[in-house]
Design a protein around this ligand. Structure first.
Ligand code: NAD
Length: 353
């Protein structure tokens, strides 16, 4: 396994899934975005399941056009039963074997990249999703679409923590619209294919997942901060620093995702994240300081052109639905998750932005 992930984390995810993972026995999975942050975890988990758990192996077809996968994703491991195809999912693809599960995780996920690639961001979530839904229809496969917590936009106070039933407060023309709105259309497509054509679909709305494997240069908040710390460069806080997020460690998130993929109620959307603690950006820096045992220099700046302003003031999931329907329960607290991530990033990141 590459230095970009931790074997202990993969083991932990597989152990946490021991009650359900057998459902992949003998099945074929189509995974899009398989060289991104989450996609690489899926590849490692399926390989681990094949090596250590499943008698009847799971076959995996991985699609990615590598548009934002960086050096971490470009190194493609060769695993038995896992096939990689360099493919842009906005183009149709015909497969030479039937598939049972489709995991549509291709997307332009980092705000920095969707600012740089707004049309590609729209297309992968709309055309890409429709192409995958058509494949699900012709294969009678179950499809899981990776949407985002961003579909809620900037919720008002009374809708935080945010339930799946909240309709959102989203701008169709703001700097984040290409991402938020296209994920909303992607969800609508899933619902139409479910209601009209009987396709088994689920939607996942991840809330700020973090962990080893995040690209140093994709400008999401934690890699941005830890890379700067490694390079002894002061952190920059965009805006006031009072905007809040909750952070979900990768082992919990992957467990939740796979529980949705296997046992989500057809047609339903699920928040997957960790609702506690809700931290402002400044409180996040204070947590990092405690873990490092030293002060970190930072200053507040205006939003740069490369980063979409208009970000949500608060973001925090209500995860009751996933707890009840698919037995999802985050286990790794923020301190433990940050320790694992910071130790890893200190070893792997270069500190050069
Ligand atoms: N990581 C999170 O916290 C988070 C939060 C909310 C939503 N999501 C969603 O989950 C999915 C996976 O997120 P991630 O963090 O792994 O993102 P990522 O950017 O690390 O990976 C996405 C992958 O999709 C690929 N891709 C993009 N467009 C493509 C196309 N047209 N055809 C084929 N491949 C394409 C990229 O090359 C990349 O490897 C995304 O759809 C993202 O929007 C993630």
């Amino acid at each position: 396994m590459s230095e970009f992930l931790l074997l202990n984390d993969i083991q932990q995810i597989v152990e946490n899934l021991s009650d359900v993972s057998n459902q992949f026995s003998g099945k074929t999975v189509l995974l899009t975005g398989g060289r991104g942050f989450l996609g690489r975890y899926f590849m490692e988990i399926f390989n681990f399941l094949n090596e250590k758990v499943l008698k009847d192996k799971v076959k995996v077809i991985v699609l990615d056009n590598l548009i934002t996968s960086g050096k971490e994703g470009a190194e493609i491991p060769i695993y038995k039963n896992i096939e990689f195809i360099n493919h842009n999912v906005i183009k149709k693809i015909s497969l030479d074997k039937p598939v049972d599960f489709i995991i549509h995780a291709a997307g332009i996920a980092s705000p920095y990249y969707y600012r740089a690639y707004p049309l590609e961001t729209l297309e992968v979530a709309i055309k890409g999703t429709q192409n995958m839904l058509e494949l699900a229809e012709s294969n009678s496969a179950k499809l899981t679409f990776f949407s985002s917590s961003e579909i809620y936009g900037d919720p008002d106070q009374k809708n935080i923590p945010t339930k799946e039933s909240y309709r959102g407060n989203v701008s169709c023309s703001g700097p984040r619209a290409c991402y938020d709105e296209s994920k909303r259309v992607g969800e609508t497509l899933c619902n139409i294919y479910h209601n009209l054509k009987g396709i088994c679909t689920n939607t996942i709305r991840p809330f700020n997942v973090f962990g080893p494997g995040m690209q140093e240069t994709d400008y999401r908040v934690l890699p941005n901060f830890t890379s700067r710390i490694k390079g002894n460069i002061p952190l920059q806080i965009y805006g006031t620093g009072n905007q809040t997020r909750t952070f979900c460690y990768i082992t919990d998130a992957m467990e939740g995702f796979i529980r949705v993929i296997l046992n989500g109620v057809p047609g339903e959307a699920y928040n997957i994240g960790n609702p506690e603690p809700e931290l402002s950006v400044i409180e996040l820096i204070e947590k990092i300081e405690l873990i490092l045992g030293k002060k970190v220099q930072y200053h507040k700046v205006d939003y740069p052109d490369s980063y979409p302003a208009d970000e949500p003031n608060r973001r925090c999931p209500d995860i009751q639905k996933a707890k009840i329907q698919i037995k999802y329960k985050p286990k790794i607290d923020i301190d433990e998750g940050l320790k694992r991530y910071i130790n890893w990033s200190d070893r792997v990141y270069t500190g050069k932005q």
